[in-house]
Design a protein around this ligand. Sequence first.
Ligand SMILES: [Zn+2]
Length: 70
Amino acid sequence: MTVPAVSWPPHGQPWHPGLCWRCEADGVPVAWAGDIAAHGGHVALWLCDPCYRRWGELAWRHLQAHSRNP
Ligand SMILES: [Zn+2]
């Protein structure tokens, strides 16, 4: 089954040059993808375009695998 394209940047967020929190590329365009919980706090998750698309694929597969509606 084809993974549908994800909207990007998510939530209409603007691009900023910065560090991708997945591939650790620095100085690349990244956008806020949400907040994550770690070490007792919440931090913003910044992702570059390829990482956001990959993350979107994984999220889609997870949702398909755990969907209550066949
Ligand atoms: Zn990345």
